[in-house]
Design a protein around this ligand. Sequence first.
Ligand code: GLN
Length: 531
Amino acid sequence: MAPATTAPSAGGPGDIVRATAADLAGRLAAGDVTSEDVVRAHLDRIAAVDGAPGDGRGVAAYLHVSGEEALATARDVDARRAAGEALPALAGVPVAVKDVVVTRGTPTTAGSKILRGWVPPYDATLVERLRAAGMPLLGKTNMDEFAMGSSTEHSAYGPTRNPWDLARTPGGSGGGSAAAVAAFEAPLAVGTDTGGSIRQPASVTGSVGVKPTYGGVSRYGLIAMASSLDQAGPCARTVLDAALLHEVMGGHDPRDATSLADPVGALADAARSRDVRGLRVGVVRELTGEGFSAGVTASFRAALDLLADAGAEVVEVSCPTFAHALDAYYLIMPSEASSNLARFDGMRFGLRVEPSEGPVTAERVMAATRGAGFGPEVKRRVVLGTYALSAGYYDAYYGSAQKVRTLVQRDFASSFEQADVLVSPTAPTTAFPLGSRLDDPLAMYAADIATIPANLAGVPGMSLPSGLAEDGLPVGFQVMAPARADERLYRLGGALEALLDERRGGPLLASAPDLPARPDPSAARPEAARA
Ligand code: GLN
């Protein structure tokens, strides 16, 4: 028997949490539902299926739920709507935010013990924009510590579980954001993507995730991992919903020196256009075949056939340097991360540990704090990055990696002369079991083999579900476009999603297994991220 919390009933809470953001926006505007109802339905759903990371039950998508604050925003939006005020499109539609994005007054940990209990005094620009759009913030989502990982198992607070199978990972680092939308615990979520952390979790949870063009969404207020690669973007259940959130978050920000001057573009219109006739779709030869599981490959090929039948021109392109992208990434990313993470010194934010004996000097406090506050994957990357940047090795490691980065950019440039968009599977496999790659960093890193090239080149990428593999788990289809041409992702993604929905008779996530209601949803959330 399906648990009451997941059974859709017309107009009831189940119906609300299963609605798309676009649908909720329409119902809110028409006065069919209030934002307070919508937020309450989501808080109930979270209480029923989430549980906190570390308690061993539930999805554990959230590190912190800000129920009271979300309800206050909702009531404010409802009052303004009742007074006849013209409101932004997503006003009253709630959203969850990855815990690497700073939120004024709400704990922000980046999944790390070193920031346990830290409450930022300011909002990231993208958070300011969500608030200005009247979107209630449901809470902060779980992630690998400092966004380093592909499974959320490197979160200091315990892993998030995949709603399709609670024994598997939801991907990472933004597994919490992807799982929240896939488990109907939020209609929309914000993620960040340095090497695939929005797209790979979307792939393995059957949701949609977009890494915008580098500079398209402000990085002001993101806790930096690798500044030349980091981008925030939308997580959603449909391509149109992702476009609507992207339009809210994106656009120029003078507080981010790498922010593009361009306006964000008509992304929702592109998502609705559903016309791929004449669009040249380039299949990246190096991101197919060997290394990709049979089920992933079959789903990818079937989606290509649908696109060809709908009038797209499917061609093959070759990007030989993509074979070296992962290696270059694992030099550039740790180099930048080792520098960015130097700010966690026990003096300014969060944790401070004094040495148990001997003098309390700045250096010894720093060493004790970082030793206790950082997890093993973070330490591994700080060491790797410091080594790659050190005198005598800089040219051989960091310098060579930057040359590879330039070659990857050239491969993209020549491929985009032959194709309007490039496509590949998003991840080589479906969701892997919790624990299966924890002892093998290289196997973990391989999850991002197809997503990293876009970060190195700064081009936008999307993952949308192409179907299920033979193991019954979702497969992601990746679309990449030239820098500043994000609307092409939405044009192809919206059309492919419509073709797939028509063939399978509805959205993929509608076929996800029902989640068991947690045995004791009233049990106090441990508030893992609180001091
Ligand atoms: N999984 C990749 C890593 O561990 C990507 C992380 C990310 O995009 N934040 O570096």
